[in-house]
Design a protein around this ligand. Structure first.
Ligand SMILES: C[S@@+](CC[C@H](N)C(=O)[O-])C[C@H]1O[C@@H](n2cnc3c(N)ncnc32)[C@H](O)[C@@H]1O
Length: 451
């Protein structure tokens, strides 16, 4: 086999990158946009010693697991990369991906059934569209990037987001007169549109501009007036200023143009109901209905615990969900705004027994250790890169039970191994479909000190 060869192969499974895996001449070959049991023709693009990557040319015999995508743009848009696969079957594949991330370090019996998302349409309550414009006619383009490119798919309809977002993005396309900042037009202003909706369909809108402050010659009043009239559901409208050239979405400076500083989201599941104020730069789970189920699962595992640590706690989503009068919660979070929001959120939910610590998890956990402060249970929910090794090591000294929520099975498996080396044991891992139609996986591991 050499680069450029056209090969034929049968796909066996989907791997965590979202690609299909098949074998040709005994070599593992990854082909994107394929489903298990597809027979495909593909061109070898990258040949390595132990594997190859090939680009799909044609599906010769389609798999029975293929299904009609719910979105007409699914081939063009890079957001939902696996929408052409039957949902129930995709869940089975995700379950396998999660098991494989642990590479035989954990017995299969320890993986609990993977839970579906409560909704597979209109579940993602946050849109973050990069903006561009057409080269000649200068029309605004808004939508997700095509897979592995910086080319925008101009999205007019997205079934996984609230319908109001389509209307809003279209309004911006038609009414924004101050140009897009993009590779063709370095003078334009608008670089991203960020919208977040809550369960009442209220919206927080942030327009990210490529400037340090709004230039004097720009008068937004006409745009704003029309926006307010056509979208009464927008309860908070911000400008964010990001003058940098890099890929970072938000700049440091925000200006509230009208409405509330925060958006209030209510999570409700079974007999639990909590309210959360979310700021324009706060992290909050994008699929709140699924998040409420995950938090409830976590809560079940904190029954009887009196002292709980919520590390990487954000605006307090998990800590607040699991709290009740008998529990004392300590939240650790490094983002200053999230910390402020978390304090407010504890208050609006009438939770009295809480402490909030601002700073890096490792530093804060070490402070607890020095002060001999221990916890019946530590919930940790770090970003995709996982937890700092040092933070994990200190964690093992201040608690006997860790509930680890993660959006990256690879770093979860790595960190579970570190904890096991420190005398802990993973009791179970459960996957949840927080990100339907993609290869992404949310999982919760229950880890205890070995007796
Ligand atoms: C995946 S979010 C989880 C937030 C929250 N648990 C939730 O469900 O909404 C991860 C959070 O960890 C915070 N974070 C990232 N690195 C951190 C660190 N080294 N120390 C403390 N917090 C950190 C981020 O600001 C973010 O709020």
């Amino acid at each position: 086999m050499k680069n450029g060869d056209i090969i034929e192969l049968k796909i066996e499974k989907i791997v965590y990158s979202g690609a299909g895996l098949g074998f040709c001449d005994g070599l593992a070959v990854f082909v994107k946009k394929t489903a298990p049991e597809d027979v495909v023709q593909a061109r070898v693009m990258k040949l390595k010693k132990s594997y190859a990557e090939a680009r799909l040319i044609e599906v010769i015999t389609p798999s029975k697991h293929r299904a009609k995508p719910i979105c007409p743009l699914q081939n063009a848009c890079g957001s939902c990369n696996l929408q052409f696969i039957d949902y129930d079957f995709l869940i089975e594949q995700k379950e396998q991906m999660l098991i494989e991330a642990f590479r035989d370090n954990l017995a299969k019996e320890k993986f609990l059934p993977f839970e579906k998302s409560p909704k597979t349409e209109n579940f993602r309550k946050k849109a973050q569209y990069p903006i561009g414009e057409t080269k000649n006619s200068k029309r605004i383009l808004a939508g997700y990037y095509k897979e592995q490119t910086h080319e925008i798919t101009n999205i007019k309809f997205c079934p996984i987001q609230p319908p109001a977002f389509d209307k809003l993005i279209n309004f911006i396309r038609e009414n924004w007169e101050f140009g897009a900042w993009c590779k063709y037009n370095k003078n334009g202003l608008l670089r991203q549109v960020v919208a977040r909706a809550n369960s009442k369909n209220e919206i927080m809108l942030t327009l990210v501009l490529k400037c340090e402050t709004l230039p004097k010659k720009i008068d937004l009043s006409k745009f704003q007036e029309k926006l307010q009239k056509e979208f009464p559901e927008i309860v908070s409208f911000y400008l964010n200023f990001n003058p940098t050239e890099g890929n970072r979405i938000l700049g440091e400076k925000f200006e509230l143009i009208y409405g509330e500083k925060t958006l209030t989201e209510t999570l409700e599941y079974k007999n639990n109901k909590k309210e959360y104020k979310i700021g324009a730069e706060s992290f909050f789970q994008t699929n709140p209905a699924c998040a409420a189920r995950i938090f409830s699962y976590i809560k079940e595992h904190t029954e009887g615990d009196k002292t709980i640590l919520d590390a990487y706690g954000g605006v307090g989503a998990i800590g607040i969900w699991v709290s009740d009068e008998s529990k004392k919660i300590a939240l650790v979070e490094e983002n200053k705004d999230a910390v402020q929001m978390a304090k407010e959120n504890f208050k609006i939910n009438n939770i009295k027994n809480y402490e909030v610590y601002e700073g890096d998890a490792k530093v804060q956990l070490n402070n607890f250790y020095i002060k001999k402060k221990t916890f019946d249970c530590a919930i940790i929910d770090p970003p995709r890169k996982g937890s700092d090794k040092g933070a994990l090591e200190i964690l093992t000294k201040i608690t006997d039970k860790i509930i680890y929520m993660s959006c990256n099975p690879e770093t979860l498996a790595r960190d579970v191994k570190i904890l096991e080396e420190k005398g802990f044991e993973c009791e179970s891992v459960k996957g949840f479909d927080m990100f339907p139609w993609t290869h992404h996986i949310e999982a919760v591991a229950i880890i205890r000190k070995k007796k």
